[in-house]
Design a protein around this ligand. Structure first.
Ligand code: ATP
Ligand code: MG
Length: 253
């Protein structure tokens, strides 16, 4: 489908089309469309921009990845459909390994996600030869060279269950989730309430600068970071946005 640039919802429609294309190519699960739609809704009531609380969480996430020994970025069908090039760039900038990890498992989809990432010049682990104990969903299948031994995992669009298990296994979890009320958001060590399509490019830019920071500077960023405050600020931002909109409607705007 051709999306005309002048359309007021151009960006949103463009990424909706990328998800649809991901499903057609066998990269994204049909359920991924529903997850994306939930994301769109929260983005709408957040004003579709990266707020201060998101930038703060993105900075802390970059600091955590740069100070980790074995950081891994988990890639699912939505990530591979929406921002394959950017996720490769992020992994290179932050020196983090990419690993395919999907909720609705099929070997074919794992292979297609791998091929999509490789077509963008990236390397990705897809030999899911180990298991995260305590988890029933396919998300338990991980690579022994990746998530299994990771100290930090970035899981864009995670489900709450695995987030909890990853933490039980002693890993630090960073999530990108537009829904600040989700179990994932409340469970993670660092919650980035922002759209994947903005958060990842922001983190690439931050990573390019922060690569040159000392270990001490990075640790200071992490010590002053408070995820509960950031999460609370994002929920209040939704409340304030809705209040502003309600006033505007009253004024006839
Ligand atoms: P839980 O409460 O267990 O975390 P959930 O119902 O949130 O579960 P899913 O529906 O699988 O679990 O999660 C999809 C999440 O991803 C939703 O919260 C949605 O807001 C978020 N999401 C979807 N698309 C994007 C995107 N492009 N950027 C950021 N977040 C997104
Ligand atoms: Mg979730």
């Amino acid at each position: 489908m051709h999306v005309p640039k002048e359309h007021p919802r151009y960006v949103s429609l463009l990424y909706r089309e990328k998800i649809a294309e991901g499903v057609r190519k066998g990269i994204t699960a049909v359920e991924g469309i529903a997850a994306h739609g939930r994301g769109e809704t929260f983005d709408y009531i957040l004003g579709e921009k990266s707020h201060d609380f998101a930038l703060e969480a993105e900075r802390a996430a970059v600091a955590l990845i740069l100070t980790s020994k074995h950081p891994v970025i988990s890639v699912n069908g939505n990530v591979a459909a929406l921002i394959p090039e950017e996720i490769v760039k992020l992994s290179e900038t932050l020196n983090a390994i990419l690993e395919v990890n999907i909720f609705h498992f099929s070997e074919e989809r794992v292979r297609k996600i791998k091929e999509e990432i490789e077509a963008c010049g990236g390397k990705i682990l897809a030999d899911l030869d180990a298991e995260l104990k305590g988890l029933k969903s396919a998300r338990r299948k991980v690579s022994s060279k990746g998530i299994y031994k990771a100290d930090t995992v970035l899981v864009p669009l995670e489900d709450g269950d695995r987030c909890e298990i990853l933490r039980l296994h002693g890993k630090k979890v960073i999530t990108i989730d537009l829904n600040p009320l989700s179990r994932t958001s409340r469970m993670a060590d660092i919650t980035i309430v922002d759209n994947l399509i903005r958060a990842v490019p922001n983190m690439i830019e931050m990573g390019e600068k922060m690569q040159n920071y000392s270990e001490k500077e990075l640790r200071e960023i992490l010590e002053s970071y408070d995820n509960r405050r950031v999460l609370s600020a994002s929920i209040k931002r939704i409340r304030d946005y809705l209040t502003e909109m309600a006033e505007r409607v009253l004024e006839g705007g």
